[in-house]
Write a protein that binds this ligand. Structure first.
Ligand SMILES: [Zn+2]
Length: 235
């Protein structure tokens, strides 16, 4: 439902909300993906009752808006103890240590360990960690999938591809986004299979999807997962 210029706007502590009166029994609050707040209320509900109901849920609204802001800001992470970071689909908390080995950032299988001296460039250490993890895990994986499926690649590389998960060049070079290191492995597999399939099919026609399905019968689950969660793993 879209908002209308004539709908009244209620102003709260740190946000304003559009009030939409409809034929309904309860007051419902929605925080939209663009962070706007809409209050759906019964036609007869008194304005201060609506205000009181919204006030009671202010923390919920603020938390929701904050979460949306993080998504909108491409999930700007804070490099503080307790912040969580993904690695192959699992979430691990960050620990800060004053000493440790040579690397600024390590992962011991249970948690991420960042040297306190590396905190100010946390993003840089995580990015290089993910790039290395992606290279170590996904290049051999892509090579083995190519072999199994009978595709001949020129090379498999892990690169900065921005918002694209992967690509396949005319000369059959497979490029994978290093952010695949944040995805569950079966989702990364789907992206690899998808790009490998482009070695023999350029577009996304029925023939292409038939080949993808043959290689990965449940590929639609991976597509759905990406539609729902893909934007959350942008690092
Ligand atoms: Zn494609």
């Amino acid at each position: 439902m879209s908002t209308d210029k004539r709908d009244p706007v209620l102003v709260f502590e740190d946000f304003s909300a559009t009030l939409k009166r409809t034929n309904r029994k309860d007051v419902e609050i929605q925080v939209k993906p663009d962070n706007s707040v809409i209050i759906f209320a019964p036609i007869s509900a008194k304005l201060d009752l609506i205000r009181r109901l919204v006030d009671k849920r202010v923390h919920w609204i603020q938390a929701k808006r904050l979460a949306r802001t993080h998504t909108l800001l491409k999930q700007k992470k804070e490099y503080v103890a307790g912040e969580s970071f993904l690695l192959f689909g699992e979430s691990y908390s960050l620990h800060i240590s004053s000493h440790g080995g040579r690397s600024n950032l390590t992962h011991d299988g249970k948690k991420f360990l960042l040297k306190s001296s590396g905190v100010s460039s946390g993003e840089k250490w995580f990015t290089s960690f993910y790039k290395r993890a992606a290279k170590e895990s996904l290049i051999p994986r892509a090579e083995s999938l190519a072999k199994t499926l009978g595709y001949k690649t020129t090379s498999v590389r892990v690169l900065e591809l921005g918002a694209r998960w992967g690509s396949c060049s005319k000369v059959h070079r497979i490029n994978l986004n290093w952010r695949l290191a944040l995805l569950p492995k079966h989702i990364a597999d789907y992206i690899i299979v998808h790009e490998l399939t482009h070695i023999e099919s350029n577009g996304h026609d029925m023939k292409f999807w038939g080949k993808v399905e043959h290689a990965m019968p449940n590929y639609r689950d991976a597509q759905r997962w990406l539609t729902k969660n893909g934007h959350k793993v942008v690092f």
